[in-house]
Design a protein around this ligand. Sequence first.
Ligand SMILES: [Fe+2]
Ligand SMILES: [Fe+2]
Length: 314
Amino acid sequence: MIKDIIEYVDIPDMKPLLKSLFDEHCGVDGRTFGNCPIEAYQLGPSPSKAHAGFIKEFKPITDILDRVSVSDPLVSGFDYFTNPKHGLPHHIDCPNNLKAYNLIIPVFGTVTCDFWEGDYNELEYKGHGSTHYKMFKDTYDTKNLVKMGSILIDKPVLIDTDYIHNVIPVDVPRLAWLTRFSDLDKEYTFKEIKEIVEEKLSWLPCSSDHLPGCYYKEYPKELLQDKFSSEILYAVTIDYGNIGNIPEHTDIPPNSDFANAVSHVIPLEGGMTIHTGGKSTKVEVGSTHMLDIYKISHSATVLNGTKCIHVITK
Ligand SMILES: [Fe+2]
Ligand SMILES: [Fe+2]
């Protein structure tokens, strides 16, 4: 890693999801992007407008990543390197307004990314009316560049793309997802954005129909052991965002182990009112509420920004 320029980030494994999205939607027609001799499958239309883009198809991954900030549709998507001689030449990526950062999640294969000191005045926008990356003028001798460092991209990395960099294939074919966070609300330092990325991406979208726009992450059971006398089957933190109301439902036990289990709601932030058969119970921070979620039909009114731990016990 090169501190504050390119660093590995600790995020959950998204390889299986990415691999299945790529297999399902890409490869039918190899797209090239601008003057890059690699295949690329972006969210938005290709520079030539020949392809409409993959916003709908790639929603399962942007639902996760866009918790940080909206992925720039122009460049965010899959980059697929198949030729060991074809990498990316020296360039910088340019922000739309504030400082932007790239997150790269390798799926298979590897590349190295080199960073260089050089004359930034010798960089210019190139190709397809580009306003989002600069390369060296043809007259610039890249022998003048001095290497700052190099990194093997075999794990997810976060990049400050204001620095001159190039990409060299190492192990091809190489597939990676790239998201460019170019729509941040303010200028973040590398350290700040890295913390945000690692925190926000530790949450995954809830799959239940009655929890649209909600996110979850597993909660370590061992931290709860002395609070519950019965066996803890599962514990999770749910971020309810701005859901407002949860419609009436009875939860479905994931397997027979859960058939007689009950749920305990522990609000960490915000709070909710749980409605069961005409009875309403306010559940606030500092309290724990038990609910027989697999047997009793329930609905809820949820304050904006509510986060709760849910513990399922036998
Ligand atoms: Fe780049
Ligand atoms: Fe429920």
